[in-house]
Design a protein around this ligand. Structure first.
Ligand SMILES: Cc1cc2nc3c(=O)[nH]c(=O)nc-3n(C[C@H](O)[C@H](O)[C@H](O)COP(=O)(O)OP(=O)(O)OC[C@H]3O[C@@H](n4cnc5c(N)ncnc54)[C@H](O)[C@@H]3O)c2cc1C
Length: 457
């Protein structure tokens, strides 16, 4: 075999597998194959000036490369079983928390030491939420910020680069089962290994599907979350963000009893475009450094859509809605809440006159022409519910960017070791559908690496 272990994908799942293998079994021959660039070469060409919109690079620097989809993220490592994935269903609640804390300790050792750990433990905001039909989910969160997150990744790469064979810009196209292991076909030829960890994240979802089909690995897919990104003056949410940094709040709508939740809260942050398979959606992040912070806070409001048989293309449904916004706005659409309530399109003049200066250059438009009524009603109900705990949320000038879609990878059948029915073939991170976050994806990587180390004795 060329390698003892091949890891496909250098996102948090892949990086932490490699890190833990290096710590536990430094003599193992390990390779990482990554479709994107190494960290220092990851640059998105959109500069807002000469290049305003996505030009469809061969490898998207935002989603691919060392650090994966998380490299330019807000770097919020949530330690919780309440959201971010269902790793605990496979490995147990206590183990999942232990591993997330371990990942946190590595982040702290590698540059995150100055970043605060926020917690919902003992907060009075829980009661305030409850009194207003809102549920605050439990979590501790270390906010690295986009800048420190990058520093941590740089340090991890420095630790690993001499111990592990990294192959960047090398898509893996095929996995075959061979005697005693696996043959990986990739852009540079092929390589063999005894054990293989697949950690291809969201951007590798289509490829993951083909692997499951080829190898007969059962999978299911039935969920997509659709909504908007809200941007408002930071001061309106400061009592929540100062204490908790990120509050995950869930609301059950009166009209349809749908679940709407806040997601990815970025105090003093910026709203950004996200490109998933050529479709432009919206996201957000923020910096730890004060000089890069803005006067706005942004967060997503997402409505979870679970489909039942016979419909299976939940992600396709989300993509179609995102495409509609791209068709009308040439990308992301922005609308004032007051305009949405009044049933009119926003325009540049009204936005410029408002209290909230947009941090993303999006096209003023009308989200009611894009989002299904049920989803839009849920979002509007939630904005009014949040207005009770953070007065000003439902102000006319609050900006809504659409659409934000949280695609879920299909859930792949893996056992309590995150191993498929093929011995030594592991599927981890967001690509497995088991995790949806930095901390869960990273923890799944550590878990599998330890399993491989234990097996070697
Ligand atoms: C803008 C943004 C902000 C975010 N902010 C947060 C946050 O603050 N907190 C949080 O918890 N989560 C956040 N997330 C989500 C988080 O980034 C993901 O949950 C996490 O990165 C998943 O890690 P992963 O290793 O499973 O997959 P990924 O990070 O997606 O990495 C997978 C890697 O595999 C590579 N790959 C795919 N297919 C192949 C192939 N065939 N061959 C070789 N390589 C392949 C990809 O190029 C990619 O680099 C954010 C995501 C985005 C996009």
């Amino acid at each position: 075999m060329d390698y003892d272990v091949i890891i496909i994908g250098a996102g948090p799942g892949g990086i932490y597998s490699a890190y833990e293998l290096y710590k536990k079994c430094p003599k193992l021959k390990v390779a990482v194959f990554e479709a994107g660039q190494e960290l220092a070469k990851r640059h998105c060409p959109i500069d807002g000036d000469k290049i305003k919109n996505c030009i469809g690079c061969k490898s998207c620097s935002i989603m691919s490369g060392f650090g994966g989809a998380g490299a330019f993220s807000d770097g919020k490592y949530n330690i919780t079983n309440d959201f971010g994935g269902t790793l605990y269903e496979h490995i147990g609640r206590a183990k999942a928390i232990e591993l997330m804390k371990y990942v946190d300790s590595i982040n702290v050792e590698n540059g995150g030491e100055g970043c605060k750990l926020y917690s919902t433990a003992g907060t009075s905001l829980k009661k305030t939420c409850m009194q207003n039909k809102l549920k605050l989910l439990e979590a501790s969160v270390r906010h690295l910020g986009t800048d420190i997150n990058y520093v941590v990744l740089e340090k991890l790469y420095d630790t690993l680069r001499d111990a592990v064979d990294f192959h960047f810009m090398t898509d893996v196209t095929k996995i075959e089962v061979i005697d005693g292991g696996y043959k990986i076909t990739h852009a540079g030829g092929s390589s063999t290994c005894s054990q293989c960890i697949i950690s291809v994240g969201r951007s590798g979802s289509k490829w993951m599907e083909s692997v499951c089909n080829d190898l007969g690995i059962p999978s299911k897919s039935n969920r997509v979350d659709i909504g908007v990104r809200v941007e408002l003056p930071a001061v309106i949410f400061s009592h929540l963000t100062d204490e908790l940094y990120e509050s995950k709040i869930v609301y059950r709508t009166e009209k349809f009893e749908d679940s709407v939740r806040t997601f990815c809260m970025n105090p003093h942050g910026i709203v950004v475009n996200e490109n998933t398979n050529g479709i432009i959606t919206v996201n957000g992040h923020s910096y730890e450094a004060k000089d890069k912070q803005t006067e706005n806070t942004n967060f997503a409001l997402l409505v979870a859509k679970h489909f039942s048989e016979p419909f299976k293309a939940s992600n396709g449904y989300g993509e179609s809605i995102a495409r509609l916004s791209n068709m009308l706005g040439g990308g992301v659409i922005v609308q004032r809440f007051g305009d949405l309530v009044r049933g009119r399109r926003s325009n540049e003049k009204r936005i410029a006159e408002g209290m909230v200066q947009p941090t993303l250059n999006a096209t003023p438009g009308d989200l009611s022409l894009v989002l299904p009524k049920r989803i839009l009603d849920g979002i509007m109900e939630m904005i009014h519910a949040l207005d009770k705990i953070a007065p000003g949320t439902a102000n006319d000038d609050t900006l809504l960017y659409g659409v934000e879609v949280k695609f879920y990878n299909m859930e792949v059948t893996v056992d309590e070791n995150l191993e498929t029915a093929y011995p030594g073939l592991y599927i981890i991170g967001d690509g497995s559908g088991v995790t949806h976050s930095l901390s869960h994806a990273s923890a799944s990587g550590v878990y599998v690496a330890r399993r491989i180390a234990e097996k070697r004795g």
